[in-house]
Design a protein around this ligand. Sequence first.
Ligand code: FE
Length: 193
Amino acid sequence: MTILETGGERLLAAVRALLEQKGIVSTNEIMERMAITDSASPGQGARMVAKAWVDPAYRARMLEDGTKAAEELGIPMRGMPPLGVLENTAEVHHLVVCTLCSCYPRAVLGYPPLWYKSAGYRARAVRDPRELLASEWKTFIPDSVKVRVVDSTADYRWMVLPERPSGTDGWDEARLAGIVRVGDMIGVTVPGV
Ligand code: FE
């Protein structure tokens, strides 16, 4: 363990103790939040995407307010930063990044992949997103489609609503949710069958 890590843990312990002493947040609340984060997974976001694909009214609500749409499916969002949803279309493809650190909609996608936090991803996503998607994920966005890079922050977290792939007519929500991967909801990949 480095000096920095040791210092960081002591600082964390000190801040937690202060928050408890001042009655701002209790140990139980911290434990509850850790349990929620530990139990979250990309499957939560995939359920939202699948429902949006089959239910236009839900899709509209999800684009309007991602937090409410998540809660509608029983996903705990209390105390989380607001969730925004970016819709991919034939005209625009969204890519989510946190240029500053690693802000990520953990409630609906779980813990971020390691690459999401890397300096390389954060820089290249902004500098040349098409090149990044093509070289690292073999995701080729046609020139006719605009690529929009969106910054997740401490105040607002983003997820992508990908386009429903062809060949999925008549599929139910559970089957559709099964083809939605975490990268599809960050925008590095697109769902396919
Ligand atoms: Fe961040």
